[in-house]
Design a protein. Structure first.
Length: 105
């Protein structure tokens, strides 16, 4: 016998194994999406912490740079120190000469 309505098809029932496999795959995909979301949130938090640390380091670097500029004006350069040392050595030599002449008399 032939079908009276050739345009209608019977929908076959899915086997139980196929339904369980689809459920397992959907659960796996949903789990992977959830894992990706959690991982993304952790990365965002880590990036925010690193940005905070970098901002703090930049502030500390600027403060150290300013402190070095302030300290630079408090000390003399090597060339100035050398000239000062030469002047002091000249004065000491002059005083030694005076003491030697005074004691020699």
């Amino acid at each position: 016998m032939t079908d009276a309505n050739p345009g209608t098809h019977q929908v076959r029932a899915k086997p139980i194994f196929e339904r369980h496999l689809q459920t397992l795959l959907l659960t796996l995909v949903a789990g992977l999406i959830a894992w990706q979301g959690v991982t993304t949130l952790k990365l965002i938090e880590t990036t925010a912490r690193q940005d905070e640390r970098i901002t703090q380091l930049i502030t500390m670097t600027e403060q150290l740079r300013n402190d070095l500029k302030d300290a630079d004006s408090q000390y003399m350069t090597n060339q100035d120190a050398s000239l000062y040392r030469q002047q002091m050595n000249g004065r000491i030599d002059a005083l030694d000469n005076r003491v030697s002449r005074l004691e020699g008399r």
